[in-house]
Design a protein around this ligand. Structure first.
Ligand SMILES: Cc1cc2nc3c(=O)[nH]c(=O)nc-3n(C[C@H](O)[C@H](O)[C@H](O)COP(=O)(O)OP(=O)(O)OC[C@H]3O[C@@H](n4cnc5c(N)ncnc54)[C@H](O)[C@@H]3O)c2cc1C
Length: 342
């Protein structure tokens, strides 16, 4: 598989990158680690005329803490975030989600957090070779007018958001900074996702993600990430869950649960907040109910977009949700992070 021809641009600072992005608009793609984009280019899914590399932009690779946030530059490598000592203890859910990404030897050392959040949606009928795709009608995601992943067809694309960091970062209340040559805006991470399979991000053609802001860990809170994959050493999630729980003494004050790899964007399970609020820590009946909330909500979205059966993935939502909620609660109470042994 060969890459299609393109012009490689290597801006030396952020202003130059934003200038290029503004000039090229639709005719370009940002290249961070390239572990998602270059594969899609080789498969002929995208063919941008220009690539704008973030490799020389050291300002986008910084990781630092302030009084309110962990600030991660969008081009920070996944391996650098894992190596940043406080993450394991204070943002354990984030640590776990990065650990779970792809093949560590490639994704962690080349892949970036911005690329992970901005990767395109996937589908078993779309992320295929040219010859596979040629044998079928063109699907919605490729510009056609049908969806093979939805029973009976659909005029919408039912591809799935596979970012492993998005569910837990949303659960923890992360925000993202988005820049264009004209303006800077900061939005809750969930607003980055459009829930439209064909165009899953709300970014404009002249915009890029520059920073991720993750709130500092408060006393009594905890986070956890769970992922089910066939091969833990390389695979995308079959189902994932990011949980954030706030406690005081033996009570749960609030909880957020986001399910990944089941819908066109990360799926927030709104009912969980109400189900768990003011319940006792360790009340497994309440956790079971919250896990069922997740399964019932996810059921409406799961399409045949992966090789695993829809029924299996639907059931696994409650399992992943339960595990993530239990571990986040334990961490909230004990104020621990990810143990070295895990
Ligand atoms: C075999 C394999 C296994 C994988 N497994 C997983 C997995 O388990 N979990 C998972 O989440 N991912 C997985 N991936 C996808 C990918 O490798 C990772 O998500 C990685 O973190 C992407 O980062 P990158 O820097 O390489 O992104 P790139 O490939 O450089 O970019 C990805 C997309 O994001 C855009 N982009 C990048 N940076 C920005 C920015 N700052 N602003 C706006 N847009 C931007 C690019 O234009 C591109 O469209 C896998 C990929 C492969 C090939």
């Amino acid at each position: 598989m060969r890459l299609p021809p393109f012009t490689y641009n290597r801006p030396q600072d952020l202003d130059e990158a934003l200038e290029l992005l503004n000039a090229y608009g639709k005719d370009c793609k940002i290249l961070a680690g390239g572990t998602d984009l270059l594969v899609r280019m080789k498969q002929g899914l995208v063919a941008p005329m220009n690539l704008i590399s973030l490799k020389a932009l050291s300002e986008l690779a910084e990781i630092r803490e302030t009084a309110t946030d962990l600030k991660i530059g969008s081009a920070a490598k996944l391996s650098d975030i894992l190596a940043y000592q406080p993450v394991q203890a204070r943002w354990p859910g984030l640590f776990e989600s990065i650990k779970a990404i792809g093949a560590p030897s490639i994704q962690h050392f080349s892949g970036t957090i911005g690329g992970n959040l901005c990767q395109d949606n996937r589908c078993q009928f779309y992320n295929q070779s040219r010859s596979f795709r040629r044998a079928r009608q063109t699907c919605n995601k490729a510009g056609g007018s049908t969806c093979f992943a939805w029973k009976g067809g659909s005029d919408k694309c039912h591809s799935v958001c596979q970012s492993d960091t998005a569910p837990i970062l949303i659960a923890m209340g992360a925000k993202v900074v988005i820049k264009s040559r004209q303006e800077t805006r900061t939005i809750p991470l969930e607003e980055l996702y459009s829930s439209i399979g064909e165009h899953p991000l709300t970014l404009g053609d002249n915009e890029m993600l520059t920073e991720i802001l993750v709130p500092v860990r408060a006393p009594g809170d905890g986070s956890a990430f769970e992922k089910l994959a066939y091969r833990s050493s390389i695979d995308y999630a079959v189902v994932s869950a990011g949980a954030y729980v706030r406690t005081e003494r033996d009570q749960i004050l609030g909880a957020r649960l986001i399910i990944g790899a089941v819908a066109r964007g990360p799926l927030a399970i709104a009912a969980v907040e109400k189900t768990l609020q003011n319940t006792r820590v360790g009340d497994l009946h309440a956790i079971d109910e919250a896990a069922m909330d997740a399964m019932n909500a996810a059921e409406a979205f799961i399409a045949n977009n992966m090789t695993q059966p829809v029924e299996y993935r639907t059931k696994m939502v409650s399992v992943m949700a339960k595990r993530a909620l239990i571990r986040a609660t334990q961490r909230a109470v004990s104020q621990t992070g990810v143990s070295e042994a895990k």
